[in-house]
Ligand binder design. Structure first.
Ligand code: SF4
Length: 323
């Protein structure tokens, strides 16, 4: 891993790092305006910048991280809380939408700021002690059997804070499954490694599920392969969720390649999400009809176990909705 800890917070530094080879693709992408002071701030790791440099399709990966002024447009139907997180909030950091399962907003921090993020307008609170807040909530909810650590990205927590959080959950024997939602294996593999001691132990206590978020095959590399292989040996179930994104993965070839490469790294494609209608993401939308065509086409190219479920999250519904 080359200089894994570095992140770019300034777009100009990021573009300088990419270099002049990328000027034409950046000019093409930013023809409607690069947003140099976006409301949802820019953040990209050096690791992902290298993935862009190495990609045969850099335009797709750049679209995931490059802020454009089109994000400022107000589009009817696109809102700040598209998946109904706020009405489902049970405490400052616990969200419960589904039967006997709970999601923890463990941190506001991510390894990247995806321009299509469904929580880009989420009012993250500064929670001084997530571990004790979660523990207190679980004390009175002994019917909950699965806890999902989300965020932000839970693996951006310091090793100490992450251990405290997990141990506060492990103190509740009713919780038998621990799920982690993370984009770090493809954005900040160095931050995943710092949790390895604990990640190795966890399958002795929980059924452990890691759901990665990978949208394009070129996000996967030898670092993600090594992380996934290690987690698999330790007993983790590895799944992936992707978002269907215009200009990034909305072609049968890109989706097929992604699903096959995930499988080569030991990860099963789980969900293909239709875009959540958060303010500022409308330019990524792929119409439902096209999404169904894409799934029908990749079904003819892949075994059934590699075809993700095409779903949408509808605020207030008791499960994801098939599209
Ligand atoms: S990693 Fe997830 S939570 Fe973080 S910006 Fe990307 S989509 Fe949003």
């Amino acid at each position: 891993m080359e200089n894994p800890g570095t992140v770019f917070t300034q777009i100009s530094d990021f573009l300088d790092y990419l270099g002049s080879d990328f000027s034409s693709v950046i000019s093409k992408l930013s023809k409607d305006g690069l947003d140099l002071s976006p409301k949802f701030p820019f953040l990209c790791s050096r690791h992902f910048a290298n993935q862009i440099k190495n990609s045969s399709n850099p335009e797709a990966l750049l679209r995931e991280v490059l802020p454009l002024t089109v994000e400022r447009k107000n589009i009817p139907g696109f809102v700040d809380d598209p998946v109904g997180d706020l009405p489902a909030g049970k405490s400052d950091c616990v969200i419960q939408k589904y039967d006997r399962r709970a999601l923890i907003v463990s941190t506001a921090t991510c390894g990247v700021r995806c321009r299509f993020c469904f929580r880009k307008n989420y009012p993250f609170q500064n929670i001084p002690d997530v571990a004790s807040e979660v523990s207190n909530w679980l004390d009175t909810h002994s019917d909950v059997w699965e806890v999902i650590l989300s965020g932000g990205d839970p693996l951006t927590l310091s090793p100490g804070a992450f251990r405290d959080l997990v141990e506060s959950i492990a103190a509740h024997p009713s919780v038998t499954t621990l799920r982690i939602h993370t984009r770090l294996p493809v954005m900040r593999p160095d931050l995943v490694i710092q949790h390895f001691e604990l990640l190795r132990e966890l399958p002795t206590r929980f059924n452990c599920v890691l759901v990665s978020h990978v949208n394009h095959a070129d996000e996967l590399d030898e670092d993600s392969a090594a992380l996934f292989a290690h987690l698999k040996i330790c007993g983790w179930t590895l799944l992936n969720q992707s978002v269907l994104l215009k200009g990034i993965n909305d072609s049968p070839d890109k989706l097929t390649t992604l699903c096959r490469k995930l499988f080569e790294q030991g990860v099963l494609p789980y969900y293909l999400h239709q875009l959540d209608h958060a303010n500022g993401v409308a330019h990524f939308e792929v119409p439902d009809e096209r999404a169904r065509e894409l799934i029908a086409e990749i079904r003819t190219k892949l075994p059934g176990y590699l075809v993700p479920k095409l779903v949408r999250e509808i605020a207030g519904e008791k499960s994801k909705t098939p599209v």
